[in-house]
Design a protein around this ligand. Structure first.
Ligand code: ADP
Ligand code: MG
Length: 246
């Protein structure tokens, strides 16, 4: 069930790269369990917005609260806050010198001080869930892109995050592997995970999104349900963008 209080609050956020305004007065509230899909042309600020939520980018103005805590307030432990946020990137970023199992066990053992036994048990459960438990002992380079991305998702889940951030998780995949990754994401959505997904997979948006956000030039130009975007987008830039991707 959705709670009433936002778990992520983005308030009047600005981010500059030199003179370029990458985030221009962004306001967005995300409630627990909500699924938000972010779309928009390349360079519109989608990644910068996601990266700002877990402070991979430092914002210049405004405020971002995760679970009520200001992520840029020095008195809040950023490492603790980051544990609440799982992130999955376009490039899978697995540790090449560790097995699949090793990839999943590392952070829980290091950061959560989980025992080897518990970490392994949890890792195997997650690998089973994403349909890849038979690959537990192989190295990432032996896996297809779709398999690697499923491992990356389960590695993020191994830290039991409250929120999952996805930045174009299927953009680097061969077309035949997109479905298996989206399926894992759809299942996660059904389990009630709070998700912010940058993706142009509109079938996924239609199936899981509570809210779709269209960004352009660092601004949120239009917000609505998937139905709104498919049937009655209002902004001309939104219409043009959708005509190009659909
Ligand atoms: P998107 O993810 O929507 O493609 P980004 O958030 O990656 O867009 O980028 C938004 C804008 O900020 C782009 O113009 C991009 O070139 C610029 N930008 C992103 N990261 C940096 C950086 N580290 N240094 C300078 N400019 C950047
Ligand atoms: Mg991007």
């Amino acid at each position: 069930m959705k709670g009433t209080d936002a778990i992520i609050q983005i308030k009047n956020v600005y981010k500059y790269f030199g003179r370029l305004c990458a985030l221009n007065k962004i306001n967005l509230d995300i409630t627990p369990g909500e699924k938000v899909v972010v779309i928009g042309p390349s360079g519109s600020g989608k990644s910068t917005m996601l990266r700002s939520i877990n402070r991979l980018e430092k914002i210049d103005k405004g405020q971002i609260l995760v679970d009520g805590k200001d992520i840029n307030d020095r008195s809040n432990d950023i490492n603790m806050l980051r544990q609440e946020l799982g992130m999955v990137f376009q490039s899978f970023n697995l540790f090449p010198h560790k097995t699949v199992l090793g990839n999943l066990m590392m952070a829980p053992m290091k950061l959560k001080k989980m025992s080897k036994e518990s970490a392994e048990k949890r890792a195997m459960e997650l690998l089973h869930k994403v349909g890849i438990s038979d690959k537990a002992h192989v190295y990432p380079k032996m896996l297809s892109g779709g398999q690697q991305q499923r491992v990356a998702i389960s590695r993020a889940l191994a830290m039991d995050p409250k929120i999952m951030l996805f930045d174009e998780p299927t953009s680097a995949l061969d077309p035949e592997m997109i479905g298996e990754v989206l399926e894992v994401m759809v299942n996660l959505a059904k389990e009630g995970m709070t998700m912010v997904c940058v993706t142009h997979e509109m079938g996924f948006a239609r199936e899981v999104a509570d809210k779709v956000i269209f960004m352009d030039n660092g601004k949120i130009i239009e917000t609505g349900t998937p139905e709104h975007f498919f049937n009655a987008p209002e902004n001309d830039r939104t219409k043009l963008f959708l005509s190009q991707i659909l």
